[in-house]
Design a protein around this ligand. Structure first.
Ligand code: CA
Ligand code: CA
Length: 232
């Protein structure tokens, strides 16, 4: 006799959550009730935080067009790909940052880069005039410039808006291969705007073997959409 169930509701990120009901003697008074609520609220917040952090997935997805880092699926090689199999063609993570001077394109593959001879590691960048160029296999991937890195540490930037397209060879040291990770640093002077402000540039990453045909593309990251550039 004298016990009641106190049910507490809180709103976290738009989710209505209910604290676990616990019998509290009315005689314990308001002080005891508050003493119960605070640790219970903290436990729910901690539990919610743990639940909302889905393992190593830091996609930072807050909606279409606002993807800043992609954790790409393993073994999602495109069915249209007909080239040699290699774990270094399967993207696992991709990200682009801009610090006001340079763009840094960082990708992590499922295997050691260089495993597949002739592999090209390509970033497409949309600076404002990007268009889809792969037909049905990636209608949401659009770009007007490509940055290409190779396992031997060489790289090029090709502006597709020029007629004919113009290529610039990256200086030694701008393509760094370390195990499964490839990092390409490109001066912003090589990526002049074609309409977008720098912070609005978008990109996509795809490994391929050879150039010229869509069936040489092994994987896209992200799949069928572009990634946002991280910029100050
Ligand atoms: Ca993948
Ligand atoms: Ca993919």
């Amino acid at each position: 006799m004298g016990e009641s169930l106190d049910r507490q509701f809180i709103l976290i990120k738009g989710h209505k959550m209910q604290l676990i009901p616990t019998a509290i003697p009315r005689s314990a008074g308001r002080r005891a009730s508050r003493a119960w609520v605070v640790p219970a609220l903290l436990s729910v917040l901690i539990a919610f935080s743990a639940c909302s952090d889905d393992d190593d997935d830091d996609d930072d997805v807050t909606g279409p067009g606002s993807l800043f880092v992609v954790q790409d699926a393993a073994n999602d090689i495109l069915p249209s790909y007909t080239g040699p199999a290699g774990a270094d063609l399967d993207v696992r993570r991709a990200e682009v940052t801009y610090d006001g001077t340079n763009f840094v394109f960082t990708s992590t593959l499922a295997g050691t880069i260089g495993t597949t001879p002739g592999a090209l590691f390509v970033w497409g960048v949309d600076r404002g005039q990007g268009t889809p160029r792969f037909g049905d296999i990636a209608t949401g991937v659009h770009f007007d410039l490509v940055v290409v890195g190779r396992a031997d540490g060489t790289g090029t930037v090709t502006d597709l808006t020029a007629a004919p397209p113009t290529s610039t060879t990256l200086a030694a040291g701008n393509v760094v291969v370390s195990g499964n990770t490839l990092r390409i640093t490109v001066s912003a002077t090589l990526l002049p705007s074609k309409g977008f402000s720098t912070a609005r540039y978008t990109a996509n990453f795809w490994p391929r073997v050879g150039a010229g045909n869509n069936n040489q593309i092994a994987d896209f990251a992200p799949d069928n959409q572009n990634l946002q550039i991280r910029a100050p």
